[in-house]
Structures are given as C-alpha cells and as structure tokens.
Design a protein around this ligand. Structure first.
Ligand code: RFL
Ligand code: PHB
Length: 390
C-alpha cells in the first residue's frame, strides 16, 4: 500500500490529524492497534478548550458538540473549608471551556472519517516503523492475518504514551523529562446529575477530589488515591463517603450516589520527549508528552499538536515549503512546556503529598490565599485553563 502520511494511532490526535490532512487534500492512512469499539470504550478527558472547539468547528464536526456540549464560564477551587470561584469568562475577556467527553469527540471524528470514505486499519498487529531517517519510510503490520507494507512520505506517531513510534527512535536521539507523582486518580462515571452546575477542584487534607460531568445527567468524579490502589477495595459506597468528606458541606449534600458505570485508576505523570521530529517521523499527542489531568490539558494538547503538524504538512505539500516541518518540533514544544508548567502547578497546589514538610503545606495555603486576594493571580490561572493561543 502507499499513502502520503501514515498515522499510527486512532486516538483524538491521529483522528484530528487525519481529518485536517483530508481537508488539505493530503492522503493519509490511520493504523490502530485496537478495535474501534475498544477505542470508544476508554473513558478519559472531558474538558475542551475554545481552541480545540474551534478546530473541530473548522472540520464541520461541531453539530453534536454544539447541541450536547456544556459551556462552562467558571469553576470552583476548594481549599480546606474555603471555596473560590474562578470566573473564566470575566478573567479572560469572555472565554470559556466546553464539557464534552473525549469519547464523544472520538465518536464524531470516527463517524466523519467513515462517512468520507477515509481508511483506518483497526486491529493492526505488530506495527513497525522503518527507514524514517531516509526519504522512503515505511510501516509494516499484520492486518486480518495479512502482512502489510505501507510506503509513505512521512510517519506521524500519534500512538499514545505506550506506543511504538517513540520506542522506535534511537535512545541517543531522544531527551526525556519526567516526573512521576506518588499518587493516582480513582475515577467513577455515574448516571446521576452532577452535584454542582460547574466543576469543583477540591484540595483536602485527606487528598484531592474533582467533581466533573459529561452531561446534566452523567457525573464524573475523581479521588486522589494511591498509585497502586486496589479497585476492589473501593465499592461505590466507600467512594461516595470519601468524596463527600473531601467536599465543602454544600457540595457534599448534593452528591447523588448511583451505581458506577466505570471505575478506574489513572497514574499521574509529567513527561516530555524532545525533539518531536526524527527525519520523516513526527511525534504528537501523548506519544510525545503526558500531563497530570489536573489542568485538563492532555486531550487539548494532543489536538494542538495535530493542528501544528497538519499545518506543517499543508505547507510542505501545498506550498512546496519545508519551513513548517522544520519548525514543527520547536513550535509544538513551546506550547507543550507551558501546559506542562500549568498542569504541574495545579497538581502541586491541590494534592496531598505525603513527603511534604509543614513548610510546603504552608506554601500551598499561601498560594491559595494569594489566588483569593489577587485578580492578577486568578487571571494567570484562568488564561492557562481556557488554553493558551495556538
Ligand atoms: P491516545 O488517546 O492514547 O491514542 C493513541 C492511540 O494509539 C493506539 N496505539 C497503537 N496503534 C498502533 N500500533 C501501536 N503499537 C499502538 N500503540 C498504541 C492506541 O490504541 C490509541 O488508540 O493518545 P492521543 O490521541 O495522543 O490523545 C491523548 C489523550 O487521549 C490524552 O491526553 C488524555 O485522554 C489524557 N487523559 C486525560 N486527560 C484529560 O485532560 N482529562 C482526563 O480526565 C484524562 N484522563 C487520560 C485520562 C489518559 C489516560 N491514559 C493515557 C491511561 C485517563 C487515562 C486512563
Ligand atoms: C473529566 O471530566 O474527566 C475531567 C475534567 C477536568 C479535569 C480532568 C478530568 O481537570
């Protein structure tokens, strides 16, 4: 087989890249290890920045997003017994975020791709990347029991943190930056109305809690937990008890308990690989970087990378210029590091760290007090949360 761009991974990054390339008339084939149903079964992010919504709009993918997505103009930060509303719209000159699940974004992208007759190879086994240091890279895999070779001009590694693309790069060519946090998030998805119309990020001496949602009838709750937490130790009743203890009394009183549709533990990690280009291979999305979910940046960064990469490839194919592909890595990394900083800061402010000394705990309290007191500090938080410009 032959294509111009072989995209590894059909998560949001690979699917958005595929859609943007199709819009530029660039031929791409997506190669995904799992089935479509499996990809849609993963419950992940829920908050879209305005820039992400804009990209989906430009692809004509905003029908269901506009109808079913929830506009959020603010959220609450809880700290001990205090609560502070971050008025995003007021602090950013009218910007907001949209609550619309990653599952739904992925669904819309998959439907549009199928309707346009664009090809995705699902359940591709043993994907391998070859010769990307040369001008004739290719990808091999097994699909429906057949060995395939896909010749291409470029390979886009959009295959997530545990994918094959980054692992194919010689170690000496790659610089890695990492912080693994000593805790995880225990998440529950449940068909009950959210306890508050807006998200609540709550810092508590027992640990962090987040009240989020997917719709007006579906809630998503998280609790800070051990990184190796045993799910079987968390029947629903224990989860809701613990959640209520970590929230202010008013929010706690509004938590409606219900049977969990999904329950999982996600580890928290900050990670960046540099650079993002190796000859004719580009890394994008979680394949290139991970943020802890506290700032709601993971999905948005993945879409941002896809946007930069699509623009670079548009310049290459449509304008005959190498400039975009030469600058992709630096351009994307500049924005990635700022999102890394924000996600690390918000994680550090709101979680309980067992190794913190009383000094560091006081630093968290001082940071929160400063946010309460200073509009400038709240503006910094708000402009990062709604998303830095693309
Ligand atoms: P994805 O979504 O991981 O998609 C990568 C795709 O590549 C496929 N793949 C391969 N395909 C072919 N060959 C191989 N060898 C392959 N190896 C992997 C995978 O099957 C998959 O379909 O990466 P992408 O597209 O870059 O998108 C990134 C976002 O998914 C991610 O940043 C966020 O979901 C992160 N994240 C969260 N972000 C938030 O903002 N809020 C959250 O609540 C939140 N929860 C989460 C998360 C990430 C999690 N992971 C990665 C374990 C919860 C979890 C559990
Ligand atoms: C979610 O709804 O899953 C969610 C929302 C905000 C975050 C992280 C996760 O910061």
């Amino acid at each position: 087989m032959r294509t111009q761009v072989a995209i590894i991974g059909a998560g949001p990054c690979g699917l958005v890249l595929g859609a943007l390339l199709a819009q530029s008339g660039i031929d791409a084939l997506i190669i995904e290890r799992k089935s479509g149903a499996y990809v849609l079964g993963r419950i992940r992010a829920g908050v879209l920045e305005q820039g992400t919504v804009g990209i989906l709009e430009s692809l004509g993918l905003d029908g269901r997003l506009k109808a079913e997505g929830l506009s959020h103009k603010g959220f609450a930060l809880g700290f001990a017994n205090r609560s502070l509303r971050i008025d995003l719209a007021d602090l950013t000159g009218g910007k907001q975020v949209t609550v619309y699940g990653q599952t739904e974004v992925t669904h819309d992208l998959m439907d549009a791709r199928a309707a346009a007759g664009l090809e995705t190879l699902y359940e591709a086994d043993g994907v391998e990347l070859h010769e990307f240091a040369s001008s004739k890279p290719y990808v091999t895999c097994k699909h429906n029991g057949m060995a395939l070779r896909i010749d291409c001009d470029f390979i886009a590694g959009c295959d997530g943190f545990h994918g094959v693309a980054r692992a194919s790069v010689p170690k000496v060519a790659l610089q890695e930056f990492e912080r693994v946090y000593p805790f995880g998030w225990l998440g529950v998805l449940v068909d009950v109305p959210p306890c508050d119309p807006e998200l609540i990020y709550a810092s508590h001496e027992r640990g962090f809690a987040l009240c989020s949602m997917r719709s007006l009838t579906r809630s998503r709750y998280y609790l800070q937990c051990r990184a190796d937490e045993d799910l079987s130790a968390w029947p629903d009743a224990r989860f809701y008890d613990e959640l209520r203890r970590r929230l202010d009394p008013q929010a706690a009183a509004h938590v409606v308990a219900g049977p969990s549709l999904e329950k999982s533990v996600a580890p928290l990690r900050s990670y960046v690989a540099e650079p993002l280009r190796f000859g004719r291979l580009f890394l994008a999305g979680d394949a290139a970087h991970i943020v802890p979910p506290t700032g709601a940046k993971g999905l948005n960064l993945a879409v941002g990378d896809a946007y930069y990469l699509a623009r670079a490839l548009h310049e290459y194919y449509r304008e005959g210029s190498d400039s975009g592909i030469n600058h992709y890595s630096a351009r994307a990394l500049d924005r990635i590091w700022k999102a890394e900083r924000f996600s690390w800061w918000m994680t550090s402010l709101l979680h309980r760290f067992d190794h913190y000394t009383p000094f560091e705990t006081r630093m968290q309290a001082a940071e929160f007090g400063y946010l309460e007191q200073s509009r400038a500090a709240r503006i910094v938080l708000a402009e990062n949360y709604v998303g830095l410009p693309l």
